[in-house]
Design a protein around this ligand. Structure first.
Ligand code: HGY
Ligand code: MN
Ligand code: MN
Length: 338
């Protein structure tokens, strides 16, 4: 299947283990090169906007967009982002209408789609994003695809801890000012804050220690904070409980009624269960929805218990083939609607 072959080509760019196409680096550019070539092969008019987002327009109905992102987390999965791009090109080529967009820097705060909406567009009349679920719901339900109801709100930032460098051997324990001990206590509090708030999650994924000698008491430590909750009020509660100043905060966003209904109808017409589910992951569709673009997301089942942001991320060819079909038919209906 051409989609699988193209996913393999993208996966091979970063050299493994996992997908390694960090935003702003040659690997993300190389992936955009591949996607631009496939768009040209599909007969689309290809352009790059001032934020580096790639757009392939078909001659008709190009005001309805499909797409996703090609940057990845370190050692990411084969499907996160890439599936939505490759399937989007497939759908636009098959249907002969619509446009496919590849947003820059989704993993570092959706910077490409944010730049587009801040610039005021041009924005699509509607947006559909196919994405691997990155969770266990569809696998547990025995459903190959599902429709997203809303996208989680999330805030990202960091916490800084200052101490005093000193000799690991000659500084008595009772006079130390150890920044890493303070950071370690804070990391446990981040976890506690999320556990206490219903539906909230929080993660410290990065930690930087200075000066970094194994025999030097840490003087300065920086930790990243990723805080999420399904409702705006709970997200604010979580931010306050952790006590950090977000670098950016994205409110939860509801998916739009019409494109959601069309996706559901396409699923049910195939005799499949109509599963609707919230997304705990952030997506470009959330940025467009928050900017007023009627957006919807089609999830394809994650296998392996929903593992993602991991080389073990997995979806089956059969489910992907079905998801591309549903995406294409939904695109055709949206693009032909007045
Ligand atoms: O972190 C996320 O939710 C997404 O993968 N960018
Ligand atoms: Mn991701
Ligand atoms: Mn993604």
């Amino acid at each position: 299947m051409r989609v699988s072959k193209r996913l393999e080509q993208l996966y091979a760019i970063g050299g493994g283990p996992g997908a390694n196409r960090p935003h702003g680096r040659a690997e993300e550019d190389a992936a955009h090169e591949f996607a631009g070539g496939w768009m040209k092969e599909a007969g689309l008019a290809v352009e790059v906007d001032q934020s580096g987002n790639l757009l392939g327009r078909s001659p008709v109905g190009a005001d309805v967009w499909v797409g996703s992102h090609l940057d990845t987390v370190p050692r990411g999965g084969r499907f996160d982002g890439a599936l939505g791009v490759v399937a989007g090109i497939e759908a636009v080529e098959r249907v002969g209408c619509g446009a496919v967009v590849v947003f820059r820097g989704e993993e570092v705060g959706c910077i490409g789609s944010r730049a587009l909406v801040v610039r005021g567009g041009p924005l699509p009349r509607a947006f559909l994003e196919l994405h691997i679920e990155q969770g266990p719901v569809l696998e547990r339900a025995g459903a190959p695809v599902g429709v997203v109801t809303s996208i989680v709100g999330y805030a990202r930032g960091e916490l800084l801890f200052e101490g005093r460098a000193g000799h690991a051997g000659t500084t008595p324990m009772d006079v130390r000012d150890d920044a890493l001990v303070a950071a370690a206590e804070a990391i446990l509090q981040v976890r506690e804050a999320a556990v206490r708030i219903d539906g909230a999650v929080a993660t410290v994924g990065q930690l930087a220690v200075e000066p970094g000698g194994s025999n030097v008491i840490p003087e300065r430590v920086r930790i990243s904070v990723d805080a999420r909750a399904p409702h705006a009020r709970r997200l604010d509660e979580l931010i306050a409980a952790i006590g950090f100043e977000p670098v950016h905060r994205t409110p939860p966003s509801a998916m739009a009624e019409e494109p959601r209904r069309i996706l559901l109808e396409e699923i049910v017409s195939r005799g499949l269960p109509a599963i609707e589910l919230p997304s705990g992951a952030g997506h470009d569709a959330g940025i467009l929805a928050a900017a007023g673009v009627p957006s919807a997301m089609l999830f394809v089942r994650s296998l392996n218990g929903g593992l993602s942001h991991s080389p073990d991320e997995l979806s089956s060819e059969e489910d992907i083939e079905l998801a591309v079909d549903v995406l294409a038919d939904a695109l055709r209906r949206l693009a032909s609607a007045a």
